[in-house]
Structures are given as structure tokens and as C-alpha cells.
Design a protein. Sequence first.
Length: 459
Amino acid sequence: MAKGRSPRPRQLPTRMLLAQQGINLIERVVLQMKCRWHATAAIDVGIDGTIELSDQGEEPRPLGLVLHVQSRATDLPRWPHEDANGFVYVPREEDLSYWLQGNAPVLLIVSRPATNEAYWVSIKDYFRDPTRRSSRRIEFDKARDAFTGAAYARLFEVAREQGRVETGLYLAPPRVQETLVSNLLPVAHFGPRLFVAETRLRTREQVFAALREAGAEASGLGVFIPVGKALISPYDLREEPWPKVCERGTVDEFDVSEWALSDDPDRQREYARLLRLALTDMFYPVVRMWPEKDVFAFATFGEQRPRRFEFFIRGRRRRPSVVRVYERTFNEKEFVRYRHLAMQAAFRRSGDRWFLEITPTYLFTRDGRQVDPRHENLLSGIKRLEHQPAVLAHLELWEAFLRRPAGLFHGAYPYLSFAELMRLSANFGIVDAAWQQFDVAASEMDQASDELVPETLWS
């Protein structure tokens, strides 16, 4: 019989013990005041309990005055800047924002259970001063702010002042963290060198013509721009076939950052053009550019059939349709229309970083090459029916395609690569109904032709 692994003994985390010791200290002081302590549920979202004040008679009567409490306990021997008179405490921005929402009075009580010390502050009163709010800095006075039975009078004033408000007390909804997926794909690598050389040619067409005339293979050599009397490219212009179109002895080599990080608007435009040309080169031949609609779309390779492409998305293998074919009969004639998954692309700079801004869209063609005359109407129709999950799926598809690893039939593109889509964390929930109210009714979806129904790429 195989020897089993000994079960790991159960443990109670020290931080949980410390937090409960802080709550116990607060409850003990509240009972000394002849008031009531109500702990929140086991899963709290920023409020640990409430204090219900009572009068101070022989048989205390509840006054209906309630204070909400957030406890912060420490086992450190000193708080920041602590001396005999006081100390400083700086709450997190997300906590402070939550406590300041709503109109219920919120007390922050910081404690050191090991020495039976506790100090309090009324958050809304303390942070009425905008200077304090911007710094988030709370300066506790040990004599004035001690949370002991003697604090009852001040607590009563805080609660009574709030009790004069005619509306009912409320706190904001619990904080919900959401991850927002942007349509910005960071440029991880480009270049890393740029070469500049003198040339007699002034346009890209002239450069391509000169290369072909010299017998050079021009395909796959599209990442260059003529600027004045110079040629700029990530290709080493000292190597063949480039000496056929520029002066070898005039080649200068630069770090790509001299363009990427430049404040010169001309250099920024030149860099963005080079990035777009590299993207076009990177896409070809699977995805090609349709200049008349300014979109990149999956190509058909002249085949009249649906086309799928394999991706790894969220750790799973996917094979969604990237080109769909729709056949129809009208006046006894057969017609074919293609719907391609497509994207609009723009390179943007923010600070010292460059991003590819992806706008998922569709392209409708008659034969896989020529744009369908009804493209604009069809695109408008499918966009009305497309919901948020479909847009996100398209965005993830382009991310997976642009970041796909080298394979048997394609190598890693040497001049351009991307990092993951920018994902942002929000410390608040986003109400889905805010945009879902604009979604098209299911009945309209049912009446749409197949060409206008967005395909569910994956769930």
C-alpha cells in the first residue's frame, strides 16, 4: 500500500486573530458606554459593525442613533510618526472613497489590542477639508481621540448631528472589482534599429519599380518610407537589395527610440507610418489591407468556401470562422457574398509607450476581393445587432492572432511584436443595463438575414 501524505493541520491566520481582537476591544468600550454593538456579517465589505447609542440612565434606552464603524488593528509597536501626543494614519484611497459615500456617519477606529489602545475619528467630519481629502492623512491626537468610555459625549454629537438629516441613512453599495478590457495592444518591440540612407527616389512606387528593374524580389520588403531625399527603414540598408535604390556609403544607424520617444511631430508621424507598414507586412498573406475601406480583413485566397483559423484563447484551442460565405438566389440568378472578420487599426502614443488601437469590424465582398456595393448598409445592420460579448470575442481573436507564437508554417515576425491587451481594474461595479438598454430586441434579431447575425465565436 502506498504511504499517504500526512494531512496538513488546520491553521488560524494571525491577521484574522488580530482583526477580531480589535473588534473585541471596540465592543468592550461600547458596552462600558452602556450602548450596543452590532457586528456585520462574516463577509464585510468595509464596515465591521455599528454602534447604537443609548442614554446614560440606570436602565439605558436605545436612542435610535447609529454610527457605522470600520476597525483597523495593528500589532506593530509604533504607528507612523508616533510620539507621546499622537501619530499619523493614511487609509487607502479605495477605502476612503467608500467610507465617504452615502450619508451614514462612519467612524474609523484604529487600535493596538496588545496595549488596549484605541483611537477614533469621524471620517466625514474630518475630511470636509479638501486639503485633508487630497492627502488622505489623518493626524490622531491621543488625548482627544482616545476611544474610551469618556468618548461618549463626542460620539453622541456626531450621531445627533446626522440624526437631524430628514432622509434615511444609507451607505453606498458594496465595492465590486471589475476588470475592463481595453482595445489597446501595447507595442512590445519594433526594430530595434532604424537605418537612414540617401536616395534619388521620392516615392514608394519608384522604390518598388527600381527594385524590380534591378531584378530584386520586392515582396516582403515593404517596411520603408521615403522622407525628402532619404529612405528610413528597420531593414539594414547596407545589405542587398537596398544598395540598388540608395547610397550604401550614406547609411546611418539609429536606435529606434530616437523616433519612438521623440517630441518632434514629424518623427512621430514617420514612426507611426513604419509601424503600420510593419503591421501590414506581419499580417500578409493571411490578413490583407482593403485601402478603400481602411480595414484589415482575413483573406479568402480565391476560395469560395468558409474559412476558419486556429487560435489559442483563454488557454483553449478555438477554430472560429473568419470568412463566411452566403449564397442566395434572386430572379433565378445565383449570388454569393463574403463576410470577413476585420479590424480598423491606428497606432497611438501615450507617454513613452505606443499602442495599436483595434476596432473590430466586418468587411463584405462580392468575391473575396471586391467590396460589395451594399457593404455600408450591411455593416450598419450587423453593428446594430452586435452585443458586447461578440465585440470582446473579436478583440480577443485579433489579440491572439497578433501574438501567436511561431509555428511550422510561419516564423516569428522579426520587426514587430505586441504585449497583451491593456486590462484595467475598476474599484466599482459597472451596471450592465447601462448599455444593454440599447441592445436590439430578440425579435429584430430573428428577422435579420443570416449575413447580419453576428456569429458567436465562442462562449
